[in-house]
Design a protein around this ligand. Structure first.
Ligand SMILES: Nc1nc2c(ncn2[C@@H]2O[C@H](COP(=O)(O)OP(=O)(O)OP(=O)(O)O)[C@@H](O)[C@H]2O)c(=O)[nH]1
Ligand SMILES: [Mg+2]
Length: 423
């Protein structure tokens, strides 16, 4: 077993936001653990304004340096993003590696990516994170005196490093585009076959992979770690009405998700935007479940997926303390369900609820046209459920129910006739 790095965690912010700072720091400890670090100490510095040079202020930075020495720490992790000049100052003072939350998350992702696309995406995010930091260092150098000794090989090296990184970024983007085209081809085929797609989304560690496993009897990795899943996995799920849907597991979200990551994962997360239904899985036993839900909603918004019908799945109710409050809210609204992923009867209820949600979001209506439109009639019989039909003179009219994802299986002119195209 590899020796765990010894880490000190630091957070800094206004006393007004103490609660938020503490819970974010708690989460940082979880991230550190996921990255195999041993957390020795957590330090919070309250100040209303961040120090530009030291973030936490020089005095506090000196205290941290002392703490590093006393505890023999290898690593100091800041919960707030560090700007280049802060990294530089802190590294000069502290005899340990200095990183921030974003770097830690990128590092975890790098260790976890399994597929080619996942690896490319993480690498791209890492380089994009590095690039401005190199620029920063260069500026720092030229400001410090300029002239002899500062511009020489050091600056040249940075310049070549930057060029090299830019080139790498271009190559990665190009490779990603290739992988992406390939995947879109698959997706287009899926769409053509009009397979209903249901995607699991939610905060990291909510139980998405566990649910995928339980519902489809598969064995994807699920564990009590943050970001256990990076690459989307799809499995077939049979509903009790005989309908077959494709259930997709996705990467978990977290507050202050590095935006470089959201950007590079956009293409894998496109599967989320293509879904017919989202299952937003929430760890109902987590003290901050409602904040976590908000974060997920924000990321969905950012991805352009906020409009997709969503079923909120409150998971881990077996671990919940205050059950009654949540149950009440469940009764008030129809788009939520409380379950434990380990309870067979709950899984059955969930499947029924998925069926219901898919059904609920189908198109319903009536349409009439000439009986001579043979291709329209057969398309309707093939793809829609005909609730009622009537022929009068040479007009035939249908009362129908059409699954949302079957829309494009109908001839375009029929879609227009049914006035469903822009719904
Ligand atoms: N008690 C209890 N634990 C659960 C339940 N569902 C999942 N878990 C546990 O929660 C932990 C996280 O589960 P995962 O399925 O890996 O969570 P995830 O949402 O896929 O997490 P990421 O992939 O990290 O985003 C695991 O240890 C599961 O065993 C549940 O209903 N009850
Ligand atoms: Mg997972």
């Amino acid at each position: 077993m590899v020796e765990r790095e010894r880490a000190i965690l630091v957070s800094c912010g206004s006393k007004l936001h103490e609660w938020e700072l503490r819970s974010s720091l708690e989460e940082l400890a979880g991230l550190a653990d996921t990255a195999h670090a041993e957390v020795l100490e957590q330090v919070i510095q309250f100040r209303d304004r961040k120090d530009r040079a030291w973030l936490v202020g020089k005095g506090k930075a000196e205290e941290i340096a002392q703490l590093v020495e006393d505890l023999e720490a290898d690593l100091v992790i800041f919960d707030q993003e560090l700007i280049p000049s802060q990294i530089k100052h802190l590294e000069e003072l502290i005899d340990a590696k200095v990183i921030d939350r974003t770097q830690l998350i990128l590092d975890i992702f790098a260790g976890r990516a399994q597929t080619k696309e996942g690896r490319l995406q993480v690498e791209l995010a890492q380089l994009q994170y590095m690039l401005p930091r190199l620029v920063g260092k260069r500026k720092e150098l030229s400001r410090l005196g300029g002239g002899i000794g500062t511009r020489g090989p050091g600056e040249k090296k940075l310049e070549t490093d930057r060029r090299h990184i830019r080139r790498q970024i271009d190559i990665l983007k190009h490779d990603l585009e290739e992988v992406r085209k390939h995947r879109q081809l698959h997706q287009a085929r899926r769409k053509k076959q009009a397979v209903t797609q249901v995607s699991l989304v939610g905060y990291t560690n909510a139980g998405k992979s566990t649910l995928l496993n339980q519902l489809t009897e598969s064995e994807v990795l699920a564990e009590d770690k943050l970001f256990a899943t990076l690459d989307p996995t799809s499995r077939k799920l049979d509903l009790s009405n005989g309908q077959e849907v494709l259930l997709t597991d996705t990467v978990g979200f977290i507050r202050n998700l590095p935006h470089q990551l959201v950007a590079s994962f956009r293409s894998t997360l496109e599967q989320v935007t293509e879904a017919d239904l989202l299952l937003h899985v929430v760890d109902a036993s987590h003290p901050e479940s409602s904040e976590q839900m908000k974060v997920v909603e924000e990321v969905l918004e950012e991805l352009g997926a906020a409009h997709i019908p969503t079923l909120i799945v409150f998971n881990k109710v077996d671990q919940m303390v205050e059950r009654s409050i949540q149950e009440e809210s469940e009764e008030r609204e129809g788009n939520r369900i409380m379950i434990s992923a380990f309870q067979q009867s709950d899984l059955e209820r969930l499947k029924a609820k998925i069926e219901e949600a898919l059904y609920q979001h189908d198109f319903k209506g009536t349409v009439s046209f000439s009986v001579e439109k043979g291709d329209w009639i057969s398309a309707l019989y093939r793809h829609a459920e005909i609730l009622h039909s009537e022929t009068e003179d040479l007009e035939i009219s249908f009362q129908y129910r059409l699954p949302r994802n079957k829309l494009n299986s109908l001839p375009r002119d029929l879609q227009e006739k049914m006035q469903l195209r822009n719904k």
